[in-house]
Design a protein around this ligand. Structure first.
Ligand code: HSE
Length: 374
């Protein structure tokens, strides 16, 4: 099968090298930015060279939304199946691209956009056909998990040093703000919700990252407890969706507490299957490239004339409702003793902290899971 690629950076070069070793796939063209010169012999600088080539599938790993969307529209419009690792693209334009792929009768897959190597989107997209998915989420960002576990183990003295190492290892985004602010995890939660419930959150979600981890009391970040960044989506009985990202404190020996380094642990609960957890490398060149290759293999195996989709035809954009989901929180203001809240809603907590920060107070908060798992 002839394929073309958009982007040849951290993930792209990983995909390129795997395809070069494969007997099933050949590379036609690889689009890179003109400043990157001839990265590989198949380099082209104009998307139209790929639109008009004979490739059946295009793999995108450039990142960004606007240019990637223009390229995706052109490639799918030309009747090519499209595989992407770009969560920002799918979170912003997934519905439009899925509909275009449906119209053109081609596949649109994005396994690598959530959970790195782990097959959580793939599994959910199969499970939802015969089961009702009730909730999903997990530790979905390798960079922040690497930072949090390295700091806990004392491998780095500062948050900044740990972040620099995560960048060197190819875990972090080009602009790591998306990782540490929680937005990268939120985009993954948006994709999970779209695939699992057929509901793509467009607004109303709550996002808190790990930028204020230094304010977390020592006892809760280094001792019997550990902090993790958790993303979660829930399909409520009334059809609404709960979706949020926030730090959470677990016992160090709990399931989530034991997930270290760049590893991710995703879960979903099906009405029939019960809870399923999937653990594996959530970031990095080769693990992420392996997920794109999984999608490519799926297209290779797709019976001629049929297509493989992750976002179903009936998927719709929704506003998130975070009022009903409640947790006990630990809230730490700079220089003050931490406060433990009664159970309060995710919406309330995130909005309280926003107001406190607007009034100039620095703080850290995390949901507190004394015994339970998320
Ligand atoms: N920056 C992302 C992460 C890459 O750290 O998880 C994989 O999506």
């Amino acid at each position: 099968m002839l394929v073309s690629m958009l982007g040849c950076g951290v993930v792209g070069l990983g995909v390129y090298n795997i395809i070069k070793e494969s007997e099933d796939f050949k590379i036609a063209n690889v689009l890179v930015r003109p400043v990157e010169k001839d990265v590989v012999p198949e380099t082209v600088f104009n998307i139209d060279d790929i639109v008009s080539d004979n490739s059946e599938v295009v793999l995108e790993c450039m990142g960004g939304v606007d240019f990637a969307y223009m390229c995706a529209e052109k490639c799918i419009g030309a009747g090519k199946s499209f595989i992407t690792s770009n969560k920002a693209l799918v979170a912003a334009k997934g519905l439009e691209l899925s509909r275009l792929a449906e119209e053109k009768g081609v596949s649109f897959l994005f396994s690598a956009a959530c959970g790195g190597a782990i097959p959580v989107l793939h599994n959910i997209s199969v499970a939802r056909e015969t089961d009702r998915i009730l909730n999903c989420g997990g530790i979905l960002n390798g960079t922040t998990n690497f930072i949090l576990s390295s700091l806990r183990e004392g491998k780095f003295v500062s948050y900044k040093e740990a972040l620099d190492e995560a960048k060197k290892l190819g875990y972090a985004e080009a602009d790591p703000t998306a990782d540490v602010s929680g937005m990268d995890t939120m985009r993954k939660v948006i994709l999970l919700s779209a695939v699992a419930f057929g509901k793509l959150p467009v607004d109303g979600y709550s996002v808190e990252g790990i930028e204020n981890i230094d304010l977390c009391p020592y006892k809760y970040k280094r001792d019997e407890y550990t902090v993790k960044l958790i993303g979660r989506a829930k399909h409520n009985e009334d059809g609404s969706v709960t979706a949020y990202v926030e730090p959470a404190i677990f016992k160090t020996n709990s399931t989530f507490g034991s997930v270290n380094s760049n590893f991710n642990m995703a879960f979903y609960t099906g009405e029939n299957s019960g809870r399923i957890s999937i653990f594996g490398q959530g970031a990095g060149r080769v693990p992420t490239a392996s997920a794109m290759m999984r999608d490519l293999t799926e297209i290779l195996r797709t019976v001629k004339g049929s297509r493989s989709v992750m976002i179903s035809e009936s998927c719709e954009g929704v506003s998130v409702m975070n009022e009903a989901e409640k947790h006990n929180y630990i809230l730490a203001f700079k220089g003050e003793k931490p406060e433990f809240t009664e159970p309060v809603s995710v919406a309330f907590m995130h909005s309280r902290v926003k107001k406190e920060r607007e009034s100039g107070r620095e703080c850290f908060f995390a949901a507190f899971y004394e015994n339970a798992e998320v």
